[in-house]
Ligand binder design. Structure first.
Ligand code: BG6
Length: 479
């Protein structure tokens, strides 16, 4: 018997701000990404006040999908993708976020994309906001600090739900909504929620207010979506970097249990429809005054998600008596007591490579929530070299994907997890989120562009392209 369901959603994953480019085309407004410069491993991206002439903003051009979507979607079709997870740039639909009427040209652009996907029988899977917010809402309203932004988000969601209701079935609200739990790096709160912190503010208190507003926005969007089309399948989307205890010392076990609340807070609310006890206790103990409006309980209860989409790249470890610097732990979610896992190798960017951690994650999430799961990001960011014959032998990437797919199949076949699909991240090379680089490549299709924005943008199939095509054809039987 086949191990995976015949309708398993094999696909690829992308995000509007990282690949579309065309940042000022088609009436698009500026988004929070359009003022983010390029950084590199160990050097954070800068958020500038305005667009400064002497700085490079890699998301402005992305890989120019905006003007090349036909060519790219044809390649996705050739690869055999059954779905494509991408996002809608909020700023194409509402350029400033607070307009009364949407921008027709932006809506038409996504009609074109969706129609082109459907032409190749590729099911669109859409994220409403993948680290995406109009700059105007961030600067003038304070992003999701401000409850008005909830209304603007819901209007945006309603607009696109109505427009694409007969063509799109799978939706998710906010990408990696829990990413912002790491307040050590300003780009997370900025991209998730359009928020910057004042020096005298307690980041945690701000974060939970913002989180509440965003959870309300997500729940309202789910309810609206189901009203517009009851056949919609709407999920949340979280980043899951499991936190292991360093040892069987009970103090390490407890440390990991507490640290994992950072991972579970958002999905606990989005799946169950109410706040978990550990969060309420923490608000009480810290004296946090999180503003709720009348009716918020009902909104959360009525807007629970139907599946959990998540990204998985790596795992991390905490040790109760370790104190490490924030700089050392940027990739570990800023955990103050994380240590390297002695059993695991890391990528060039310091991301721990741990396929068993994916099987573990699938078990943990499924057993905690009993909802279908969807792996909507997983992949290996590394540099690529062309061989003399013009091909790209990306065996390391193939090995990474193979081991992670194997672990996922085990979770389905041996552990009984309900898994909807698997969409590797950055199916075509795109701009890296954390560093803004191009050389950190995830793609199965190479794009000729470098960190400074030079290159012809030519697309070349890597060896992984052909390998993944066969994986899809055999529904994961041949890896
Ligand atoms: C996830 C994001 O955090 O990881 C993506 O949802 C991002 O937007 C991906 O690109 C990989 O991160 P990076 O920094 O290697 O691009």
């Amino acid at each position: 018997m086949a191990k995976l369901d015949k309708n398993f959603l094999w696909g690829g994953a992308l995000a509007a701000n990282q690949f579309e480019g065309g940042y000022d085309q088609g009436g698009k407004g500026l988004s929070v990404h359009d003022v983010m410069t390029a950084g590199e491993h160990g050097k954070a991206r800068e958020i500038t006040e305005t667009i400064e002439e002497d700085k490079f903003y890699p998301n402005h051009d992305g890989i120019d999908f905006y003007n090349r979507y036909k060519e790219d979607i044809a390649l996705f079709g050739e690869m055999g993708l059954k779905c494509l997870r991408t996002s809608i740039a909020w700023t194409r639909i509402f350029p400033n976020g607070d307009e009364a009427e949407p921008n027709e040209e932006g809506l038409q652009f996504y009609d074109n994309i969706i129609d082109e996907l459907l032409k190749y029988n590729i099911e669109p899977v859409l994220t409403l906001s993948h680290f995406e917010m109009p700059l105007h809402l961030a600067r003038e309203y304070g992003g999701f600090r401000n409850r008005k932004v909830v209304d603007y988000f819901v209007r945006f969601a309603e607009t696109v739900f109505n427009r694409y209701k007969d063509k799109v079935k799978y939706w998710m609200t906010f990408n990696e909504i829990n990413n912002q739990m790491d307040t050590s790096n300003p780009i997370f709160l900025w991209t998730n929620s359009g928020v910057t912190l004042a020096e005298d503010e307690d980041p945690e208190e701000v974060l939970y207010q913002v989180a509440h507003n965003e959870l309300i926005a997500s729940a309202l969007a789910v309810s609206k979506g189901k009203e517009i089309n009851p056949d919609f399948i709407i999920g949340n989307m979280i980043s899951h970097v499991p936190i292991y205890p360093y040892s069987c010392n009970p103090n390490d076990i407890m440390e990991a249990e507490i640290a994992n609340r950072l991972r579970f807070f958002f999905p606990d609310v989005q799946v169950r429809g109410y706040y978990p006890g550990y969060a309420l206790k923490m608000f009480e103990k810290n004296g946090y005054d999180i503003k709720w409006q009348e009716g918020d309980d009902e909104i959360l209860k009525n807007g629970t998600v139907e599946y959990i989409a998540f990204s998985y790249y790596m795992s991390t470890v905490v040790k109760h008596d370790e104190v490490t610097s924030v700089e050392d732990n940027v990739v570990n979610g800023g955990l103050p007591n994380s240590v390297k896992n002695p059993y695991i190798k890391e990528s060039q960017w310091g991301w721990a490579i741990d396929p068993v951690g994916l099987r573990y994650t699938l078990n943990v999430l499924y057993n905690r929530y009993q909802l279908p799961l969807f792996i909507v990001e997983n992949g290996f960011g590394t540099t690529d070299e062309f061989k003399e014959d013009g091909t790209i032998d990306d065996q390391e990437r193939i090995d990474y994907l193979r081991e992670h797919i194997k672990a996922s199949i085990q979770a389905v076949d041996e552990d009984g997890v309900d898994l909807m699909g698997y969409t590797p991240w950055g199916i075509i090379d795109i701009v890296s989120f954390t560093t803004g680089e191009m050389k950190k490549r995830y793609g199965l299709i190479h794009v000729d562009r470098d960190n400074e924005g030079n290159g012809t943008l030519k697309r070349t199939k890597k060896n992984s392209f052909y390998w993944f095509n066969n994986v899809i054809k055999t529904n994961g039987e041949e890896l």
